[in-house]
Ligand binder design. Structure first.
Ligand code: BG6
Length: 255
């Protein structure tokens, strides 16, 4: 409440932008932990940012999650984007189908008249399975598109919540906690300083692809995610953050 009195939302946006060295920050009023309407507003604001960022020919790689699903439900464009592609950033992550990256990529393509490809590969692969699956021309083609995406759009989660949602083994969860994991994004886990503490062999987007993408857009809100947002912003490869007031206040406090 104090922060709210001192700063209007645009001052808060500017404070977050400067703190984490971002290109753009959009903050909606409220706290998504307390109201689903706020999460919907993050989705709506995120869809506007994405529409403004897309240029003809762009490949957009999207992650899954409930916030991303809200974004997909709102995207509107003035003319069909026939030269654009939506691809899932990663394979299946054991999420329910509504919130999987594949579903979100196809929904976005339907809403915009763009094209899409799917990646029907589990996300956690052994080295052997990875090597052989990448020999499949269909898989290879989609993976190459994913890795050359110019725009990446993703959610951010709290590490423990996401580890449970992804049904990681207790052993892996204990290891993550021991390594200081606070946040999860793109299937990777980050500590307070934004260092990656857990990575795995994946057919999807790798860290180097995220670093190479022209525009990386993060969407996440709710006070409970403030610390996770701060740690992913410290990782330092996001360009745009769309969040809510409560998460923004908390992220600044943790930074
Ligand atoms: C997904 C990302 O987009 O959103 C995850 O793949 C992230 O990395 C998750 O943790 C957060 O999901 P939600 O449902 O809280 O928006």
């Amino acid at each position: 409440p104090l922060v709210k009195e001192l700063f209007g939302l645009s001052e808060l946006e500017e404070a977050v932008r400067l703190k984490f060295g971002l290109r753009k920050v959009v903050i909606v009023a409220g706290d998504s932990d307390e109201s689903d309407d706020v999460k919907r507003e993050i989705g709506r604001a995120g869809s506007r940012v994405l529409a403004q960022s897309m240029e003809p020919g762009d490949i957009v790689a999207v992650m899954g999650g409930t916030t991303m699903a809200r974004m997909a439900a709102h995207l509107k464009v003035s003319a069909p984007m026939k030269d654009n592609w939506f691809v899932p950033a990663r394979g299946g992550l054991g999420e329910s189908v509504d919130y999987q990256a594949n579903t979100i990529a196809s929904e976005l393509a339907k809403r915009t008249g763009a094209r899409y490809r799917m990646l029907h590969v589990p996300d956690h692969l052994s080295e052997d399975a990875y090597q052989s699956i990448m020999q499949e021309p269909n898989v290879r083609e989609v993976v190459d598109m994913i890795r050359s995406a110019r725009i990446v759009v993703h959610g951010i989660g709290d590490a423990a919540t996401m580890a449970r949602r992804r049904k990681l083994s207790q052993e892996t969860i204990d290891e993550l906690i021991r390594d200081g994991a606070l946040a999860e994004a793109f299937g990777y886990y980050f500590d307070r300083e934004g260092r990656v503490v857990h990575r795995m062999v994946t057919a999807g987007l790798r860290l180097e692809d995220i670093e190479a993408a022209g525009t990386v857009i993060g969407l996440a809100g709710g006070r409970s995610k403030g610390e996770a947002i701060a740690s992913v912003m410290r990782f330092g490869h996001d360009d745009v953050l769309v969040t809510d007031e409560a998460a923004a206040e908390e992220a600044l406090r943790r930074a």
